[in-house]
Design a protein around this ligand. Structure first.
Ligand SMILES: [Zn+2]
Length: 390
């Protein structure tokens, strides 16, 4: 069993230890020490990273009481090593983890919901509760959690004897062989937990709920504490400042400005549709129907809305029984199209274009749509040939 220095002092950043074993592990090596300050992966929290004699430790995990440190080059057993953990990351995890206990403690006491899933990696922290929480409730929980953090309560660690444990009320109460470690935040939470925590709740800094989703009949809450919350604030601040510059609106009025812009945009879209519609109607009016009965009306355009393409084909079909089609694009990049006819099965033409012009498309006998890679001339050629077969 590895001696776990993080239980003596969760703030220990450097330590000395002896290498007991070093074995190959996939492309890396796993190193066992007589003692360690690296907290291994477990209970939803990722393992600590850092250095052993200057060699990067990329992960830490535990099996049967032994902590394994993953490094990319071997260290001989018997070597005395100095270990250094990435304390910036570790302290961040301590902030998140104690913050999580506060939120889970409040949710458990006020709503009776359990934390049934927890993930603490290097980004956002998620907690899954087995009950629904609405926006107002989450807002209250967040506020209360921050009151508790700022009241700077001492986080108490204890190892009660079995007789006392049986009588105790605490979260994560399961039958555990051996010593159970209890983490108590006075007035908020008592929970069995083996992770390192901050000493005082004031060290957590701000506790910010950033997202909540319905999840497996309950709620998945995403949270950031301390420096992670600060970084999130900075990112959001940068964004809102840029948005407010683009909109020429004060940051606190940016949302209103977006609503106004959306309304204006909708108005412009409506106008565009109106004028495109007028343009299409005009095109149909001015185009004579095909001289022969089968040759109908074909329109080639650089740019046109899909709805307008269908509108053209519908209007043209009312005017002629021949083939009516609208092609949008250019000879370099190909064309999107809609083809229709009241009398002739236009699927034959789309099938022919699929074969000859790397087309993709199909539909019903009266209307097909798709795309082709050919030029205008090539498309017209396919249609001419198809017409002669009808
Ligand atoms: Zn915990």
């Amino acid at each position: 069993m590895t001696e776990k220095l993080f239980y003596e002092d969760s703030y220990m950043q450097t330590f000395e230890a002896d290498v007991l074993a070093c074995e190959r592990f996939d492309d890396n090596y796993k190193v066992e020490l007589d003692k360690t300050a690296f907290f291994p992966e477990g209970g939803g929290q990722s393992g600590d990273r850092g250095f052993l004699n200057g060699i990067a430790v990329s992960d830490t995990w535990e099996r049967d009481g032994i902590v394994y440190h993953i490094i990319n080059q071997p260290i001989s057993p018997g070597t005395r090593v100095s270990g250094e953990i990435d304390f910036k990351e570790r302290f961040s995890k301590m902030q998140q983890h104690t913050g999580e206990h506060i939120i889970s403690g409040i949710v458990c006491r006020r709503f009776g919901y359990n934390n049934v899933g927890f993930h603490l990696g290097s980004e956002v922290v998620t907690m899954d509760f087995d009950g629904g929480l609405n926006e107002d409730e989450l807002s209250e929980i967040e506020f209360q959690a921050n009151e508790i953090a700022s009241s700077n309560r001492k986080v108490e660690i204890s190892y009660p004897v079995k007789e006392d444990l049986i009588k105790m009320e605490y979260r994560s109460k399961i039958e555990i062989e051996g010593q159970v470690r209890i983490v108590t935040i006075p007035g908020v939470d008592v929970c069995a937990c083996c992770a390192p925590h901050v000493k005082y709740t004031g060290e957590i800094g701000i506790i910010k709920i950033v997202d909540a989703q319905k999840y497996k009949g309950g709620t998945r809450v995403s949270m950031l504490c301390g420096f992670r919350a600060l970084n999130d604030y900075r990112t959001k601040e940068r964004n809102i400042n840029q948005i407010s510059v683009f909109l020429s609106a004060k940051p606190e009025l940016a949302a209103e400005a977006v609503v106004r812009q959306k309304e204006e945009l909708q108005l412009l879209k409506d106008r565009l549709i109106y004028f495109q519609g007028k343009y299409i109607e005009d095109k149909v009016d001015r185009t004579p129907a095909g001289e022969e009965e089968k040759a109908g009306m074909l329109l080639f355009e650089e740019d046109l809305d899909s709805n307008m393409m269908r509108k053209y084909v519908n209007l043209a079909s009312a005017k002629t029984d021949g083939i009516c089609g609208c092609f949008v694009g250019n000879d370099q990049n190909g064309y999107r199209y809609v083809l229709g006819s009241e009398k002739l099965d236009v699927r034959k033409i789309s099938a022919q274009m699929n074969r000859d012009l790397e087309g993709k498309g199909g539909g019903k006998p009266v209307m097909v749509q798709g795309s082709v890679n050919g030029t205008k001339e090539q498309i017209l050629e396919v249609i001419r040939r198809a017409l002669s077969d009808f």
